[in-house]
Design a binder for this molecule. Structure first.
Ligand code: ZN
Ligand code: ZN
Length: 108
């Protein structure tokens, strides 16, 4: 089965994409990511639409706002993770015409 997320081996956080994992690595200097078949939790608050990615987060949201109803969109949002690292734009840049003689006839 294809993985649905990347799990940080250092703190257990689930990341939805390689990009998120990279961001997490930068923020925390954690670096042990493994593919996980567990989908990242996606609870949407019915009152305000805030997405929560963990039970802790939704609990906190409930405490802060009094909103108690969450719609579980975990499976809808879960997509097989692509482990391909997004390339830093390899767009074929148009050849810049350099070295074109820009000598101007002197109008002395
Ligand atoms: Zn971590
Ligand atoms: Zn809310």
């Amino acid at each position: 089965m294809a993985g649905l997320s990347l799990q940080c081996g250092d703190c257990g956080t689930l990341l939805k994409s390689v990009e998120e994992a990279q961001e997490h690595a930068e923020l925390t200097s954690h670096s042990n990511f493994a593919e996980s078949t567990e989908a990242v939790l996606n609870l949407i608050c019915s009152s305000c639409g805030k997405p929560c990615r963990s039970k802790t987060e939704s609990d906190l949201h409930t405490k802060r706002t009094g909103h108690t109803e969450f719609v579980d969109r975990t499976l809808e949002a879960a997509k097989p993770i692509s482990l391909e690292v997004p390339k830093a734009s390899a767009d074929s840049e148009e050849d810049v015409v350099a070295g074109e003689s820009s000598q101007t006839e002197g109008d002395i």
